[in-house]
Design a protein around this ligand. Structure first.
Ligand SMILES: Cc1cc2nc3c(=O)[nH]c(=O)nc-3n(C[C@H](O)[C@H](O)[C@H](O)COP(=O)(O)OP(=O)(O)OC[C@H]3O[C@@H](n4cnc5c(N)ncnc54)[C@H](O)[C@@H]3O)c2cc1C
Ligand code: SF4
Length: 335
């Protein structure tokens, strides 16, 4: 059995106190929300913080405020279950409810938070292993080693962004509020990520994601499709998030964002531009789907083969758009 290493747990009751504790303890400290990803990673010695700053006692981080007409604000400590079952989110931002509801298992969704999901670590077959396993292959540069075992000549890590909600929030044009020692700043969710498997977040370590704001849902149609080996629970090996702003039957603006094909969610902007000013037709959807698969460049470091995941990008974008257009061939039940 893998055990947690010893650590000190601090339990602030305000976000400002949590920021102060993070700043005081520097590199020794990490934030923990639901702990559903962080604790297993600590057991495998992928993270070795001496101090954990727990966010669960901060009541101000929990809950959903606002209306879909004006835009919703989701506290980062809101659980994935609460997010997926929130009436206004489920009705007006169904892609987000779907993505949150497809994370892991009911138990982990009851503990896991949307903030933790947005900030969740990148994944790789050579990294998400026990300490002994990693030691047997002489570790890799993401933790304890010097080389990348997937791309040995590479100067960088290619671990994969595997959050279900990140591509959806990006596609919706959501923003995140970060609180740090210098105060608060609001950035688009799209600016929160870096194309690096190790330094995958653009936020500073002591900054806390306090809330996520969704823009008004007026004219919004959105969908999220997830490819995974087991339908019961598994990380995505491909996630496709599509958000369309509609003027009646005409697409005003479109965003297509791919999850689990790179170290950050990958926007297929060129493909989405083909949709602007157009009505959704079967022919257009096929053209857009083929174009959207171009920036999908999965490596052979997660489940299922990378060639298959690349191929499925076109299929899943097509299914998502067909679903939003009400056309047949949308893949049937949610995946
Ligand atoms: C068996 C298993 C299956 C899983 N399947 C999936 C899956 O299908 N899809 C998926 O997306 N995830 C999956 N996960 C990962 C994880 O459960 C979820 O991503 C969950 O949402 C993490 O939320 P948390 O609150 O538990 O985060 P934690 O584990 O507490 O933290 C995760 C990371 O986020 C940071 N963090 C947390 N909150 C904040 C904040 N407010 N501000 C700044 N940083 C913060 C932490 O420091 C840590 O680095 C799975 C995990 C397990 C163990
Ligand atoms: S991509 Fe390379 S460096 Fe990154 S976790 Fe995998 S093997 Fe390690």
């Amino acid at each position: 059995m893998m055990r947690l290493p010893p650590f000190t747990y601090l339990a602030p009751v305000s976000a400002a106190d949590a920021v102060k504790l993070m700043a005081d303890h520097g590199h020794d400290a990490m934030l923990v929300a639901g702990g559903t990803d962080l604790y297993p990673n600590m057991k495998r010695r992928q993270f070795e913080p001496k101090v954990l700053v727990g966010l669960r006692g901060i009541k101000a981080l929990v809950g959903v405020r606002g209306t879909a007409e004006a835009g919703l604000t989701i506290g980062s400590g809101t659980t994935l279950t609460a997010t997926s079952q929130h009436g206004e989110i489920a009705r007006r931002y169904p892609a987000l409810a779907t993505a949150a509801g497809l994370v892991s298992t009911p138990q982990l969704r009851n503990m896991g938070t949307i903030g933790g999901n947005v900030c969740v670590d990148t994944r790789c077959n050579y990294y998400n292993q026990s300490y002994q396993w990693r030691k047997a292959v002489n570790f890799c540069m993401k933790k304890d080693g010097d080389v990348c075992l997937v791309a040995p000549g590479s100067p960088r890590c290619w671990a994969v962004s595997s959050s279900d909600t990140a591509p959806v929030l990006w596609s919706l044009g959501a923003t995140g509020t970060l609180l740090g020692p210098a105060g608060e700043r609001v950035i688009p969710v799209s600016a929160l990520y870096r194309d690096d498997g190790i330094e995958y977040l653009a936020k500073r370590p002591e900054e806390i994601l306090t809330e996520i704001r969704l823009p008004p849902a007026d004219g919004l149609r959105c969908a999220y499709l997830k490819l995974r080996r087991r339908g019961s629970f598994d990380f995505p090996v491909l996630g496709v998030a599509v958000a369309l702003s509609m003027d009646g039957q005409v697409v005003r603006q479109a965003r297509i964002v791919l999850g689990a094909v790179a170290s950050l969610p990958r926007e297929a902007a060129e493909a989405a531009r083909l949709l602007a000013g157009q009505r959704l037709s079967a022919e257009l959807i096929e053209e857009v789907a083929a174009r959207a698969a171009r920036p999908s460049k999965p490596l052979d470091n997660t489940d299922l083969t990378h060639a298959y995941r690349k191929k499925m990008t076109r299929v899943f974008v097509s299914r998502a758009l067909r679903r939003l257009a009400g056309l047949p061939g949308d893949g049937g039940a949610r995946t």
